[in-house]
Design a protein around this ligand. Structure first.
Ligand code: NAP
Length: 253
């Protein structure tokens, strides 16, 4: 059985680790190629786009793929729709592994917005020193805010256009509450911007902002394709495979 994991997330890598070595299972993980030195999962990997839904459908046929697991980031909207379309035309079973979104708790001062542009529009009324954790793509939305100072945290260095007053912190999760507390204190940040990425690895910034009483601008998730079965964690995805294909040796059997 050949399983294609559309990856680029911690969960995708964990799923590959979980499935790797199962008898009779060929595993390919696909990465978009956005990160210069990604943490590679076990099993085969391929890097780069497929060429839209049609390209992905052709790849599924050419490589005799039996199941696709879309474990891409909740904000990677295009590839998820491409996967749904390609799976539908090739009749290859598709599962989405999507971590649940974050939920505000008592003490949170969240401002939910629909896009990075809306986040940028909300900022001047909320603070002057911004901790921007939305990644290096999409920084152009904040480029015109010359009165604000930005701490931008990303895996690779951002390219212009980006805010004019900006310090870059190259780092990748998981992050700790102690570390996030110290970062907010040291940089005197007074507002945080995040996507509703969900998951534990980057959640400590929310707790640190809550403790410090800081507002957080939360960008809501883009729409996901309808009619696709969704699981919340790698164990659920392994269980789906085991149930559907009855493979001995798969976790969950
Ligand atoms: P996107 O907007 O949904 O996809 C744009 C194009 O990139 C797709 O049409 C596809 O090109 C290619 N692509 C995306 N994911 C791919 C994958 N896993 N394997 C092969 N090609 C892929 O995606 P994005 O937001 O740019 O994200 C790119 C990657 O970064 C994803 O793997 C995602 O899981 C990861 N990531 C994204 C975010 C985020 O906030 N967006 C955060 C963390 C990680 P073709 O049409 O040519 O096939």
């Amino acid at each position: 059985m050949h399983v294609l994991i559309l990856g680029g997330t911690t969960e995708a890598r964990r799923l590959a680790e979980l499935l790797h070595g199962a008898p009779g299972l060929r595993l390919t993980s696909s990465l978009a190629g956005r990160v210069a030195s990604p943490r590679l999962p076990p099993g085969e990997t391929r890097v780069g786009g497929f060429g839209g839904a049609e390209g992905l459908a052709a790849w599924l046929r050419a490589h005799a793929v039996d199941a696709v697991i879309d474990a891409t980031h909740p904000f990677a909207g295009t590839i998820s729709f491409n996967a749904a379309r390609a799976a539908s035309v090739t009749h290859v079973p598709l599962l989405a592994l999507r971590r649940p979104g974050w939920v505000p708790v008592m003490g949170d001062r969240w401002h939910e917005v629909g896009s990075l542009e809306e986040a940028a529009a909300a900022l001047p009324a909320l603070g002057r020193r911004v901790f921007l954790t939305t990644g290096r793509m999409g920084l152009s939305a904040f480029a015109g805010l010359d009165d604000l100072w930005f701490l931008v945290r990303s895996v690779d260095a951002p390219e212009p256009p980006h805010p004019s007053r900006m310090e870059v912190l190259l780092d990748r999760g998981p992050f700790t509450l102690d570390g996030e507390r110290e970062l907010l204190r040291r940089t005197r940040v007074d507002v945080v911007v995040t996507k509703d990425s969900g998951g534990a690895a980057t959640a400590p910034k929310l707790a640190a902002a809550r403790e410090a009483g800081l507002p957080v601008v939360v960008v809501r998730r883009p729409p996901a394709p309808e009619g696709v079965t969704v699981v919340a964690d790698p164990e659920g995805a392994a269980g789906w495979l085991a149930e559907r294909f009855g493979q001995q040796g798969l976790p969950g059997r």
